[in-house]
Design a protein around this ligand. Structure first.
Ligand code: FMN
Length: 229
């Protein structure tokens, strides 16, 4: 709603240089255009700073809409984000009645397929239910590495679906409505053909290996002989 407070929480250790930040920041700007009062906080600098963490927890309690943007780590949420959500849930035991605050999420992953993000979106939904937030949806996308730390609006033609999807999502969120499935699907569309993303990613891995003197060891499988327990 107009004038309502939205808090963007960036849950990537890469902070301002992350794809999570680029996606979240774009949504935040669109929410501002829709009349919402915006604020952004980064999770990682708060982890080692009690004052910052207290500020973050207070900001979560004070907002009308919480947007959490994060990378997929091992098919899940980054561990410090899980810890934070646990803390938030513990501070909000047995919330009764209609939820006054809403939650939306944005997750991006490094594999080309958006579907890897589905379990993380479901985890966010369950968190929202248990902590007494109204869940308005989780936007998800693969090929996150193609955005990097660029502002989304400067990432060019490849992010056309994401720009449109985030813009449309902002309209629904600002009206206090769930993000429709069609908008989630639009934002999750591939940015380029899968073979091309894989080819560029492979080149990146190979040049990193060269830099670290391990080009000859790329096919090593050190755990291949270990017994499964
Ligand atoms: C520790 C770690 C675990 C990861 N696990 C996955 C994974 O399970 N699936 C995947 O598709 N990408 C995985 N990635 C890749 C990130 O999701 C991807 O690079 C993402 O774009 C990073 O977003 P950020 O810039 O917002 O941090 C992982 C990256 C790291 C560093």
């Amino acid at each position: 709603m107009k004038g309502d407070k939205v808090l963007l929480l960036v849950g990537s250790p890469r902070g301002m240089a992350s794809t999570s930040n680029s996606l979240g920041e774009h949504l935040l700007l669109k929410l501002e255009e829709n009349g919402m009062a915006i604020k952004k906080l980064l999770l990682y600098p708060a982890l080692a700073d009690e004052k910052k963490m207290a500020e973050l927890l207070a900001a979560i309690e004070a907002c009308h809409l919480l947007v959490i943007a994060f990378p997929l780590y091992v098919d899940h949420l980054p561990a410090p984000l899980i810890d934070l959500l646990r803390q938030v849930a513990e501070r909000r035991p047995a919330r009764q009645g209609e939820a006054r605050q809403s939650l939306a999420a944005i997750v991006n992953c490094g594999f080309p397929e958006t579907r890897h993000c589905r379990p993380a979106g479901e985890i966010m939904r369950l968190f929202a239910v248990q902590a007494g937030f109204r869940f308005l949806g989780c936007l998800a996308l693969g090929m996150g590495g193609a955005i990097g730390n660029r502002p989304l609006a400067k990432a060019g033609f490849i992010v056309r679906h994401q720009l449109k999807g985030l813009g449309q999502a902002a309209g629904f969120l600002a009206a206090g409505k769930e993000i429709p499935v069609a908008v989630i699907e639009l934002a999750g569309k591939p940015m380029m053909p899968r073979w091309f993303y894989n080819w560029v990613a492979d080149r990146g891995w190979k040049s990193a290996a060269k830099k670290h003197g391990s080009s000859g060891r790329l096919l090593d499988a050190p755990y291949a002989g270990e017994q499964q327990s």
